[in-house]
Design a protein around this ligand. Structure first.
Ligand SMILES: Cc1ncc(COP(=O)(O)O)c(C=O)c1O
Length: 443
C-alpha cells in the first residue's frame, strides 16, 4: 500500500465529514488552502503541538494554522484571557483600554512603528497599507515580488505563482498575471512584478514606471515558495533604492512578524521600512491583523486624514485580550530563544537525513520557520523553488500524514512552523519519521 492509500485507510471519519461539508460549503473547507486531495483531515481537538482528527489520530502539527499558532494550540494562558474577556463582552463598537496596550507592546517590539491600526486579518492589513501608500503619494503603482502572497485582495492577487498559461517573462521582468476570476483590470493593472533577491529587477521596474510607483510591498523573508531568506545585502539595497526613487517600502510581516524574532524581520535584518503589516502571531490564535509605521503616514488615516479604514470588528476586546496574553505573557524572550534552538536542531537534522538518504533536496529556514525543498540547490527566488519535484513532495506529504505528522502547510510552497509548544522530543520523533518516509521515497 502506498502513502496515499495509507492516509485514506486511517481517515474514514474525515472522509465522511468531508462529504457532509461539501454539500453546504464549497470544497467542504473555509479556505482553498485547507483542501487537499481527496479530502483534508477534519480536526476535532488540539493541544500544544498536537491536533487530533475525527478518527482520533494524533498528529504533531507543523502547519500550526499557517504559522499563526505561535504559542501552540489551546494555550492555557491565552484561553483564560479569552474566557475572562468574554465574560465582560466580546464587541463594544467603542474603544476600550486593551487596544492601546497591545499597540504599545507592538511598538516596543517594532520601534519603526510609531502608530498602528488593527484589522481582522493579514489580507486587510496589506490592503489598507497599500491604500495608505497610494493616498500618501498620490501615485497608483504597486511593486510586488513574483510568487509572493499578500492575501487575496484585488491589487495584490497578482503573480502569486509563476504563470503557466502565459509567458512568465524574463527573471528580471516577470509578467503580471492576475490569479482569480472576477478581478477587474483596473484593480491590478498598476501592479508590477519584480524578482526576489534580484536588485536589478527592482531597479528596472522603478525606472520603467518612474513617477507612477507608490510602494514596494515585500515579504523580507519569503514564505511562499518554502522559506527563502533574503541574500546578504539585498534588503539594504532595497531600502536604499526605494528611498532614491521616492517609493514607500512596506514590509509584509504577516507570517514572520513577532515570529522569527521578537521584533520580526525589522529586528532580525535591521532594516527600517515605512510601513509594516502584521497578523498571525500578534493575535495569539484569534483573527487579528495590523498595519502601522511612520506617524506622518498613519495620520493620514480617517478620522485624521483622507485614507479610510473602517471595520465593525476592528480592535475588538476579545482579540486584544488574546494578543496581549500571547505577546506579553507567553512569547517571552526565553521562548524565542527556545524556538530558534529547536529550529536549528530540526533543520540540521533534516539536512543530515537528506544527505544520508541521498535525495535531491535541501532545507531552507529562518529560525523556527523552514521547509524541505525538493530541489538540489537552495533556492533564492520563487522561480527556482517552483522547479521542485512536486511528485516527490506529494509522497513526502502523504507519507508524513499517514505516520502522524502534519509536516508543513498543505502545499509544496508552504513552510513548517515550530511553535512555543514544540519540544525536543517532538522534533526528534519527527526526524525519525522523516527518515523512514524519505527512505521509502528513495526506494
Ligand atoms: C505574507 C502573507 N501576507 C498576507 C497573508 C494574508 O493573511 P490572512 O490569511 O490573515 O488574510 C498571508 C497569509 O498567509 C501571508 O502569508
Amino acid at each position: 500500500m502506498g502513502f496515499y492509500e495509507d492516509y485514506i485507510s486511517r481517515t474514514p471519519a474525515s472522509a465522511k465529514e468531508a462529504k457532509r461539508a461539501q454539500a453546504v460549503i464549497p470544497g467542504g473547507v473555509g479556505s482553498a488552502i485547507q483542501f487537499w486531495s481527496p479530502y483534508p483531515i477534519y480536526v476535532k481537538d488540539s493541544k500544544g503541538a498536537y491536533v487530533w482528527d475525527m478518527d482520533g489520530n494524533r498528529y504533531i502539527d507543523y502547519c500550526m494554522c499557517y504559522a499563526a499558532m505561535v504559542a501552540g494550540h489551546a494555550d492555557p494562558i491565552i484561553a483564560e484571557a479569552i474566557s475572562e474577556q468574554a465574560r465582560h463582552g466580546t464587541l463594544y463598537g467603542m474603544p476600550g483600554p486593551l487596544a492601546a496596550e497591545l499597540a504599545e507592546e507592538i511598538r516596543r517590539r517594532y520601534p519603526v512603528i510609531d502608530m498602528l491600526r488593527f484589522t481582522q486579518s493579514g489580507v486587510e492589513a496589506t490592503m489598507y497599507a497599500v491604500r495608505l501608500a497610494r493616498a500618501a503619494t498620490g501615485k497608483m503603482g504597486v511593486l510586488k515580488v513574483e510568487g509572493a502572497y499578500h492575501g487575496a485582495n484585488d491589487a495584490l492577487l497578482v503573480s502569486t505563482a509563476v504563470p503557466t498559461s502565459t509567458a512568465a517573462g524574463p527573471e528580471w521582468m516577470p509578467s503580471s498575471v492576475v490569479e482569480s476570476a472576477g478581478i477587474p483590470e483596473g484593480a491590478w493593472k498598476h501592479t508590477y512584478i519584480v524578482q526576489f533577491n534580484h536588485i536589478e529587477s527592482l531597479e528596472y521596474q522603478l525606472k520603467k514606471h518612474e513617477g507612477d510607483i507608490a510602494c514596494f510591498i515585500l515579504e523580507p523573508c519569503m514564505t511562499n515558495g518554502g522559506v527563502i531568506p533574503p541574500d546578504p545585502g539585498y534588503l539594504e539595497d532595497v531600502r536604499e533604492i526605494t528611498v532614491k526613487y521616492n517609493v514607500l517600502l512596506i514590509f509584509d510581516e504577516v507570517k514572520v512578524g513577532c515570529r522569527i524574532a521578537e521584533g520580526g524581520a525589522c529586528e532580525k535584518y535591521g532594516i527600517k521600512p515605512d510601513l509594516v503589516c502584521l497578523a498571525k502571531a500578534i493575535g495569539g490564535g484569534t483573527p487579528l491583523g495590523a498595519f502601522g509605521g511612520r506617524k506622518d503616514l498613519m495620520e493620514l488615516i480617517s478620522p485624521l486624514g483622507p485614507a479610510v479604514h473602517f471595520g465593525t470588528y476592528n480592535a475588538n476586546p476579545l482579540t486584544m485580550a488574546a494578543g496581549l496574553a500571547c505577546l506579553k505573557k507567553v512569547l517571552t524572550a526565553e521562548k524565542y530563544r527556545e524556538m530558534n534552538r529547536l529550529g536549528e536542531r530540526y533543520a540540521a537534522g533534516l539536512e543530515e537525513i537528506i544527505e544520508r538518504v541521498g535525495l535531491p533536496a535541501c532545507v531552507t529556514h529562518e529560525g523556527p520557520l523552514g521547509g524541505i525543498q525538493f530541489v538540489p540547490e537552495k533556492p533564492h527566488t520563487y522561480r527556482q523553488a517552483n522547479s521542485c519535484n512536486k511528485a516527490m513532495w506529494r509522497e513526502y506529504w502523504y507519507g508524513m500524514l499517514s505516520r502522524g505528522v502534519i509536516p508543513m502547510g498543505s502545499g509544496w510552497f508552504e513552510e513548517y512552523s515550530i511553535s512555543a509548544a514544540h519540544t525536543e522530543e517532538d522534533i526528534d520523533e519527527t526526524l525519525n519519521i522523516t527518515e523512514d518516509v524519505l527512505k521509502a521515497i528513495k526506494s
